[in-house]
Design a protein around this ligand. Structure first.
Ligand SMILES: C[S@@+](CC[C@H](N)C(=O)[O-])C[C@H]1O[C@@H](n2cnc3c(N)ncnc32)[C@H](O)[C@@H]1O
Length: 271
């Protein structure tokens, strides 16, 4: 089970970050392709004002959140990540990064955040962390503010009785859990969010990785308003979408655009 101290140990080493985390975007081609093709369509309505990024690592998503915010605070439990982000984004006076205990954000003022974002980090966080972060989000989000959190759904996968039967039969198949937290599920996240006085407006339950397509992840969109109406979507084709994004990004359309501008400039120069 990835406890807070195991997460600190795993991500706190400088050696784990040779490509700044961009290597985890391989299924989508590049971090830019993953942002544009996968994440931006899911979060663009909420990108504004003061943004909280939970667990930015070395800033794989921070670089894309930055143009959309008036200010951003990134909170990570690993000192090396905070140091790297501070160095990488030091030229933006409105971005700051702080170390936390992996459970709370005491450095953030009440009702000060418009949008909280976390992707590819809290999938490693157990239910104690997610329950605590739900309470903290209810405190730091402005009334009506939104959060988009990517977290584990492994507990639900392990409990599904049909799957258990299949698993018994195919027990020799390798099942890569991608270090997901076994105690977390979409249902638990909804309960934590509602218990904290907020509402999950949507949950998208998705698989991760290639091979055995188990729906081990969830992206929860949360609003800081009490309520219980949640639209739960199961999207088993999430990794097929990733493969399509990778194919499109490999077409190097940005290269075409710059070649086209060059041709236009040349044509202009000839006139
Ligand atoms: C796999 S890295 C991903 C970083 C970044 N989100 C990305 O996608 O490149 C996981 C990050 O989560 C941080 N982390 C894990 N558990 C955390 C917790 N409970 N609170 C804050 N940060 C946490 C780690 O220190 C690490 O920076």
């Amino acid at each position: 089970m990835p406890s807070v101290s195991e997460n600190r140990q795993r991500f706190g080493g400088a050696d784990d970050w040779s490509q700044e985390g961009d290597e985890w975007s391989e299924y989508w081609g590049t971090a830019h392709a993953q942002w544009v093709g996968c994440l931006l369509p899911r979060v663009f309505p909420f990108l504004k004002g003061r943004i909280l990024e939970i667990a930015p690592g070395h800033g794989r998503w921070t670089q894309f959140l930055q143009p959309h915010c008036t200010s951003l605070i990134g909170i990570d439990l690993a000192q090396v990540c905070v140091d790297r982000c501070t160095e990488r984004f030091g030229h933006y006076p409105n971005l700051e990064f702080k170390v936390n205990d992996g459970l709370t954000f005491p450095m953030i003022e009440n009702a000060s955040i418009d949008f909280a974002f976390s992707f590819d980090s809290l999938v490693h966080a157990e239910s104690d962390v997610m329950s605590s972060y739900a309470n903290e989000l209810a405190r730091v989000l402005k009334p009506g503010g939104f959060a988009f959190l990517h977290h584990s759904n492994l507990d639900a996968v392990r409990r599904r009785s049909v799957l258990d039967k299949i698993k018994r039969r195919l027990s020799r198949l390798p099942f890569d859990q991608h270090w997901r937290a076994p105690s977390m599920s979409a249902e638990k996240m909804r309960a934590f969010v509602e218990g904290a006085g907020m509402m999950c407006v949507q949950q998208e339950i998705v698989p991760w990785g290639t091979g055995w397509p188990l729906m081990i992840d969830c992206m929860s969109t949360i609003v800081n308003t009490p309520g219980t109406q949640c639209h739960v979507v199961r999207n088993p084709r999430f990794m097929e979408e990733a493969a399509a994004i990778k194919r499109i990004s490999s077409l190097r359309l940005d290269g075409c655009a710059s070649r086209a501008s060059l041709e236009l400039a040349r044509a202009g120069g000839n006139n």
